[in-house]
Design a protein around this ligand. Structure first.
Ligand code: HEC
Ligand code: HEC
Length: 151
């Protein structure tokens, strides 16, 4: 019995708040598109940057960003496409930089003969880039700039 009252009431409240949001022009993911309409795709998927130029690192232990495309590079139990170029034994042929020596260490700091399982899924840490203007200005300061300021 109570539901007869509650549900229409809830509906009225929700509708009213959507209207309020639309009127107040609050930034939402729908960007003011009416609820009964489909928003035009705001962002086409951008292709990954493929400049093949290594990017500077923002701090010493930063995982370098990937300067090439990685679409369809399979990394799973059976295959690691990244290692087909970046593994120690593959770099002569591929001319790719070898994975860092830290990638051979287990969690106790012992060096293994091959890449440690905890470094197997490369994209946990390394990411490709797209060429876009940042939405917000980045205020990150390189440690070198911080040191210069301190002088
Ligand atoms: C076909 C060979 C090839 C494959 C496959 C490949 N890479 Fe690369 N990678 C390179 C080469 C060559 C470079 C050197 C820069 C360039 O030419 O793009 C590079 C550069 C990089 C760098 C930059 C290193 C630095 O010091 O700045 C990272 C990180 C990287 N690759 C990660 C990956 C990951 C992660 C994958 C798998 C998703 C992968 N790569 C697959 C060849 C490859
Ligand atoms: C847990 C995070 C993590 C994972 C997983 C990981 N890396 Fe890295 N990688 C790093 C960090 C951090 C650095 C930079 C510091 C260092 O050398 O350890 C790095 C450095 C590198 C470099 C630059 C080496 C150099 O000497 O300039 C390459 C190439 C690279 N990684 C490739 C890979 C590939 C290929 C994989 C997958 C097989 C992988 N990484 C997995 C964190 C990771």
């Amino acid at each position: 019995m109570k539901n007869f009252v509650l549900i229409p009431l809830l509906f009225a409240v929700v509708t009213a708040s959507f209207q309020a949001v639309a009127e107040a022009q609050i930034a939402t993911l729908r960007k003011g598109t009416p609820l009964d309409q489909q928003q035009a795709d705001p962002d086409q998927l951008q292709p990954y940057s493929d400049r093949d130029v290594k990017q500077p690192r923002a701090y010493p232990m930063q995982p370098p960003v990937i300067p090439h495309k990685i679409e369809n590079y399979q990394v799973d139990l059976n295959v690691n496409k990244c290692l087909s170029c970046h593994a120690r034994s593959r770099t002569e042929e591929s001319q790719a930089p070898m994975v860092s020596v830290t990638h051979f260490m287990d969690r106790d700091g012992n060096f293994l003969a091959d890449v440690s399982p905890r470094r197997y899924f490369c994209n946990q840490c390394h990411v490709p880039q797209i060429e876009r203007k940042p939405l917000l200005e980045n205020q990150f300061k390189d440690v070198k700039a911080v040191l210069n300021e301190a002088d």
